[in-house]
Design a protein. Structure first.
Length: 143
């Protein structure tokens, strides 16, 4: 028998083992990448809430709790964040006291902004759980 010659069927076994191992490895790799994209989206939603709350506290407009009462600066900040974060819904803006109770939009109170954006995983295994709802919230004292 020649040196280095394989017995029949060994090459097929190695190919089968490789196919199984690479499938598991690629699924794990895709899952890590997909989870990283989800964390990135969550960070983006949280940052959008902070940015909108900051603008709403400095430029609240006539009534920041309704979209028609927003200042032009607040409307521009929301439009900017919606262009940066895909699927970002219109934020909910409320005025609260320091205790968190609903209050009027005066300089002694706080503006609270809540934003929501959906995230759909691209990996088949993570996709089985469906769409994830990313929620961000931030409060800032009205200036």
């Amino acid at each position: 028998m020649r040196q280095g010659a394989q017995t029949p069927g060994r090459a097929g076994q190695a190919l089968t083992e490789f196919a199984i191992a690479i499938t598991v490895f690629l699924m794990l790799l895709m899952g890590v990448a997909d989870f990283g994209m989800a964390i990135y989206k969550y960070n983006s939603v949280s940052e959008a809430a902070r940015a909108i709350a900051r603008v709403a506290s400095v430029h609240p407009g006539a009534n920041p709790t309704t979209q028609s009462g927003w200042s032009p600066q607040l409307a521009a900040a929301v439009a900017t964040q919606q262009s940066l974060v895909p699927g970002l819904q219109t934020p909910t803006v409320t005025c609260v006291s320091i205790t968190g109770a609903s209050a009027s939009c005066t300089s002694t109170n706080y503006v609270q902004v809540t934003v929501i954006a959906p995230y759909t995983p691209v990996t088949p295994l993570l996709g089985l759980v469906g769409t994830w709802t990313m929620t961000g919230s931030s409060s800032d004292q009205i200036q």
